[in-house]
Design a protein around this ligand. Sequence first.
Ligand SMILES: [Ca+2]
Length: 185
Amino acid sequence: MKANATILSTALLLSSVVAHAEINTVNLTKKNPLSAAMKPAAFEGEASAPDLAPIQGDPDGGDGAADGCVKINSTGKGGVFGATLTLGTADSADKTIEISTHVFNVNTSYVKYSVQVYKVTDKRVLASSPMEVLDKKKVTEKTVKLQYKTTAEDKGDTLELRWVQHSTDSTARDLYVDNVKVTAK
Ligand SMILES: [Ca+2]
């Protein structure tokens, strides 16, 4: 009887979570919570998922220097890989999702990257930053800002943020994430 009551209350709890699913507000600046929220991913081709390492050594990036970051450490060559962050479920149309993430590169090697809002349900890129390069000889850091307005078609669909590493010809190319902020209104 007690076990049944527990199952019933768990089911009710789960259904209420689903009913109120929405895009999460996120403000991750320190290495451990940032690392816990990010997942390594192989996106395209014969890619190996990278290692995600919470480390020190970040620039100011809008949240102060040395507050920690996550290194998207390449472990294999080929394909397209990177990291994801679950944004949540689009519960209605006309919701504006605003993303800000500071990325950088301290390696001698360059890295080519983009940041995307991706619809997991339909396997589709909804918004993307330009593909850009972080290079010790030129630019080593950038605050990437992305905006996406949900449509009626997105209702009930799961969205994620993607940090995409495009220069996969050498494992020396790594992307570093200082922080990420997500709002939806
Ligand atoms: Ca920082």
